[in-house]
Design a binder for this molecule. Structure first.
Ligand code: AMP
Length: 436
């Protein structure tokens, strides 16, 4: 078969053949997040473009180049809709903060520990590990006076715990601090000063960034820029004493939790909203798109978007990158079918159909081959292609002797069970014992 259509560039289908890998990631993540007392939040997939511009910063790459705006539509009749000024969400922090303010979370609880799992959209040039629609698992913790080094350490160690529990072993956690907005401004001026002598040698891209958002020069992928950046040492002198103390406490708390990290002075994260602690986790097997996840503290964003003085911190992990890093590593199948009923005659098909219904009423997952075949080889080759625990065979012999054969596909064992009319209680008991 050849389809006339393909999914849009930079998007992928998650088919039933790989859904168990996704299920697994979501299930394990939710388990861990719940254990850390985080609650799920779901926000719309699109928001006002201005929300992203205000929060991420007009000069950030995402806002400048990667926003997927919804097309304006002519309002030519009463039912027409206007979609201009709306964009698909490129990340979820801004939306969560918007929702936190709009729904008055701060009046309902002293601290909101939130998580989300879902798709984000960016108009990037697709390549391995870089998609236009991709999925993130993220957390955001918001609340007045919650800027506490222990919380920073909890959030960072939670991201590491998630990755390890999902089966990843080889990754590196990098951390840095940007300090308060004043410290950050100092940092930016010192960086500009330090880069000034090399300004003409920088790539065109970095020369533009030098004025508008000098931190982006540190993220440049250009080899010559990277050589220049290596020569620049700023130290922590841009930080106030309080910020230095805060950072030292975060590091100490991480060490107490046995979380391995390296300090990277050049880790700045390209978005305007970060202050104090920032971090990134890179996988060693991922090539150029090696970031598995990243996050940081953003104490001023809630106020910037119209809320009160609310401290906040979060991170997002990329699900597709996690899957790439896991490679072919076996993941347990999450939902094999408990039973597959295989009738081998017309009479058996009748009985199989009733049996299927009875099993489903008992919450035992099952399915039926809707046509019968007398050839055992054909019948079993189909069953083998399915992800199923037990095949229930209704063959000619079985019909004559009022019984069924249960073939355990994993243990490769079989047993014969007698049945009386439409009383299938023996089968139900066996299947429940095995799979519930
Ligand atoms: P960011 O919001 O850019 O810090 O991204 C957080 C994480 O999301 C990254 O570390 C990646 O794992 C993932 N990610 C970001 N952009 C993409 C993309 N275009 N395609 C796939 N994954 C992405």
């Amino acid at each position: 078969m050849q389809s006339k259509f393909s999914c849009p560039r930079g998007t992928t289908d998650i088919t039933p053949f790989d859904i168990s890998r996704w299920d697994n990631i979501e299930r394990i993540s939710k388990q861990i997040l719940t254990c850390y007392n985080y609650k799920e939040i779901r926000t719309p997939l699109f928001e006002e473009t201005e929300l992203f511009a205000r929060s991420m910063g007009q000069s950030s790459d995402v806002v400048c180049k990667q926003m997927l705006n919804l097309a304006a539509q002519q309002k030519d009749d009463q039912d027409g809709v206007t979609l201009s000024g709306l964009s698909l969400r490129p990340e979820n922090t801004a939306s969560v903060v918007r929702s936190y303010i709009q729904n008055g979370f701060d009046r309902k609880e002293p601290i909101s520990k939130l998580f989300y799992i879902g798709p984000m959209f960016r108009g990037e040039r697709p390549q391995k590990g870089r998609l236009r629609q991709f999925n993130q698992i993220g957390v955001e913790v918001l609340g007045p006076n919650t800027a506490q080094p222990y919380l920073d350490a909890e959030i960072i160690s939670l991201s590491v715990h998630l990755l390890k529990s999902l089966g990843l072993e080889k990754f590196q956690l990098k951390i840095n601090t940007l300090g308060t907005p004043e410290d950050k401004e100092n940092f930016s001026q010192m960086l500009r000063q330090a880069l000034k002598p090399y300004r003409k040698e920088l790539s065109e891209y970095s020369q533009q960034r030098f004025e508008r958002n000098v931190f982006r020069v540190l993220d440049s992928k250009d080899a010559a820029d990277q050589e220049i950046v290596k020569k620049v040492h700023i130290g922590l002198s841009y930080l106030s004493t309080e910020s230095q103390h805060y950072y030292a406490q975060v590091k100490e708390a991480l060490m107490n939790l046995d979380v391995d990290f390296v300090e990277d002075q050049h880790l700045v994260r390209g978005l305007d909203y970060y202050t104090h602690t920032v971090f990134e986790i890179c996988g060693s097997s991922l090539g150029s798109q090696d970031a598995l996840g990243a996050g940081g503290r953003y104490n001023n964003l809630v106020r910037q978007l119209g809320g009160g003085d609310i401290d906040a911190m979060g991170f997002a992990l990329g699900v597709e990158r996690i899957l790439l890093a896991l490679g072919d590593k076996k993941v347990p199948l999450s939902n094999p079918l408990a039973a597959y009923i295989v009738p081998m005659s017309e009479e058996a098909l009748n009985q199989g159909f009733v049996l299927m219904n009875v099993l489903r009423q008992e919450n035992i997952s099952c399915d039926l081959s809707y046509k019968y075949s007398a050839k055992l080889k054909n019948v079993l080759s189909n069953a083998n292609k399915m992800d199923v625990h037990t095949v229930i065979l209704l063959g000619e012999e079985e019909m004559k002797k009022h019984c069924v054969t249960l073939k355990d596909m994993q243990q490769k064992k079989e047993e014969t069970i007698s049945i009386k009319g439409n009383d299938f209680s023996k089968i139900i008991n066996i299947l429940k014992e095995r799979y519930n």
